[in-house]
Ligand binder design. Structure first.
Ligand SMILES: Nc1nc2c(ncn2[C@@H]2O[C@H](COP(=O)(O)OP(=O)(O)OP(=O)(O)O)[C@@H](O)[C@H]2O)c(=O)[nH]1
Ligand SMILES: [Mg+2]
Length: 222
């Protein structure tokens, strides 16, 4: 099977202050690399990874890696709306980055309405705990995650600890939300795309002229 063939595409956005390690997490997940001298993201970068969420169901994960720096906020905000998943990242050695998680979460939630984003909270740089540099405890991070109603994981892009689990858990949660109908395909929204529907539409133009009722809310292809 061609590894680039996919049934679904999920758009996932990386969120959090500058230097928490958003790009490093993606680099580790998509290329298994940790370049020590990764430059700060300017605006938004793109990463892609293919994942089988169940036997025979391949998903193209399209990542939007936003810049944490405030000066890019107007650019990065424009990517919120078409995201189905959001990874909220803080650096467990930097309390300010943890204090800002709720602001990131609230801002995205407000701006994506009426859509919903499936979130995950990640405490990054777990490798530094061994050097006594941790300042945000696991308990308080779990408490915040509980308040927000989202899962919490600790990871290290440097060692690779939990990196795969982070992305696979989020992809699974999006997939389950899709199956349960919590997330639905909608015209004019690119958070989730269904390959079969796209292919069928290009082959059979009449499929583009659906009734208004079927247009507004669609079940995804199986
Ligand atoms: N020790 C350690 N350092 C890390 C880890 N992840 C990232 N770093 C370092 O943290 C710094 C910032 O990492 P980036 O991945 O560029 O951070 P970012 O969140 O993408 O930052 P912006 O692009 O500015 O938003 C770099 O020097 C990385 O090498 C980690 O897991 N452990
Ligand atoms: Mg970056």
């Amino acid at each position: 099977m061609d590894p680039t063939v996919w049934q679904y595409q999920f758009r996932i956005i990386m969120l959090g202050d500058s230097t928490v390690g958003k790009s490093s997490l993606l680099k580790r997940y998509t290329e298994d690399l940790f370049p020590e001298s990764l430059s700060q993201t300017l605006g938004v970068d793109f990463y892609v990874h293919f994942l089988e969420v169940e036997p025979g169901v391949r998903v193209k994960l399209q990542f939007w890696d936003t810049a944490g720096q405030e000066r890019f906020r107007s650019v990065t905000r424009s990517y919120y709306r078409n995201s189905v998943g959001g990874i909220l990242v803080f650096d467990m050695t930097n309390r300010d980055t943890f204090d800002h998680v709720k602001e990131w979460h609230d801002e995205v939630r407000q701006r994506v309405q009426p859509h919903t984003v499936v979130f995950l909270l990640v405490g990054q740089k777990s490798d530094r705990e061994a050097y006594g540099e941790r300042v945000v405890s696991q308990e308080e991070a779990e408490k915040l995650a509980k308040q927000l109603g989202i899962p919490y994981l600790e990871a290290s892009a440097k060692t690779g600890h939990n990196v795969k689990t982070v992305f696979e858990l989020l992809a699974q949660r999006v997939y389950q939300a899709l199956l349960s109908g919590e997330v639905e395909l909608q015209d004019g929204w690119d958070g989730v795309k269904c390959a079969t529907l796209q292919t069928m539409r290009s082959r059979t133009p009449s499929l583009g002229q659906e009734s208004t009722a079927s247009k507004s809310k669609k079940k995804c292809c199986g």
